[in-house]
Design a binder for this molecule. Structure first.
Ligand SMILES: [Zn+2]
Length: 324
């Protein structure tokens, strides 16, 4: 479909001429351990760092850098070096899309490398806040209670939308209730027309529904529907290869059509599991009936941390939890 072309075009920038300034900067930063990371220029003031464990969104401009997700702790030096290649300005905010360690592990390093907007230095008095605030849904702080306090979010919220206006554009941090976990947000950059979706969208596999930490299949589908509503495809002039770019927590960049497809896949599997529950089947019988049939080749993992069986179990558990 034509919408996919836009994504390919954005991805191909890293091989084409779109990153000339970065190439020039690269020689200066040659010693920095960025080798394993890819920097994608998806919009003039918006970049995605891939390969750090989770996708990281980087908005840049006059005001500084806004980073969405920090990657895992051990990848932080490489991520910081990559951010420096994109912009010499200080990191002003870190936004966490969720509580997973591969998204928040680098919080402390990124925050400490940053500088709060309107710190003492810019106001000409008082102590300088030599850190960037970390924004997240309230639950992230709760889930990080056992990890070192330096990486804890400093500005948490539990309402539906937090907003800022930085680098010449509106930034909306939109909370999604009970989806991947109980503390997921999307970061929507309105002028760049980029949404960083976090683990609600994972193009490598079935979405991780962390029931233990408040995730649910219904909230996951609601969040995917929200993404579909936020994103606009390149219509009616599909050849323009424009449209909203959706950055998943893991995997390749998406457009609205990709999110629709993913949402439909998740919804179909939810419906199949629900029908089997209604027919009185046990969890073991439901797994045996293969409700993910038709999608396992593309999204299923036979082994590893998030198997197809674990996904089906999470769908089952959130649906039966709902009833009781
Ligand atoms: Zn993740």
């Amino acid at each position: 479909m034509m919408g996919m072309v836009a994504v390919c075009a954005a991805l191909s920038l890293r091989h084409g001429g779109g990153l000339e300034p970065l190439k020039a900067a690269a020689s200066q930063a040659a010693a920095a351990p960025t080798n394993s990371l890819e920097i994608l220029e998806v919009r003039p003031s918006f970049f995605v760092i891939a390969g750090a464990g989770a996708n990281i969104g980087v908005q840049v401009g006059e005001d500084g850098v806004v980073a969405v997700d920090a990657g895992p702790a051990d990848g932080a030096p490489a991520v910081l070096a990559a951010i420096k290649r994109i912009s010499p300005k200080p990191i002003r905010y870190v936004i966490d899309t969720g509580p997973d360690i591969d998204h928040v592990g680098g919080n402390e390093a990124l925050s400490k490398a940053g500088e709060k907007f309107f710190s003492g230095s810019t106001l000409g008095g008082g102590a300088v806040d030599t850190f960037a605030p970390i924004i997240s849904a309230e639950g992230v702080l709760r889930h990080m209670a056992k990890s070192p306090s330096g990486g804890w979010p400093t500005e948490v919220f539990n309402y539906s939308r937090k907003y800022m206006y930085l680098n010449g554009e509106a930034i909306e941090v939109l909370r999604q209730a009970a989806a991947h976990t109980d503390s997921d947000v999307f970061a929507f950059f309105r002028r760049s027309d980029v949404v960083v979706a976090g683990d609600v969208l994972d193009t490598r596999q079935f979405p991780v529904i962390d029931v233990e930490r408040g995730g649910s299949i219904q909230g996951e589908i609601a969040a995917l529907n929200r993404l579909v509503e936020l994103a606009v495809p390149s219509v009616p002039v599909v050849t323009r290869e424009a449209g909203t770019i959706v950055v998943p927590g893991h995997g390749r960049l998406c457009d609205q059509y990709d999110v629709v497809e993913y949402r439909d896949m998740v919804t179909i599997i939810r419906d199949r599991v629900r029908d089997l529950i209604k027919a009185g089947r046990s969890l073991a019988e439901i797994k045996a009936a293969q409700p993910a049939k038709g999608y396992m080749g593309r999204y299923g993992n036979p082994g590893g941390a998030w198997t197809t069986d674990r996904f089906i179990e999470a769908v089952y558990r959130s649906l039966t939890k709902e009833k009781s």
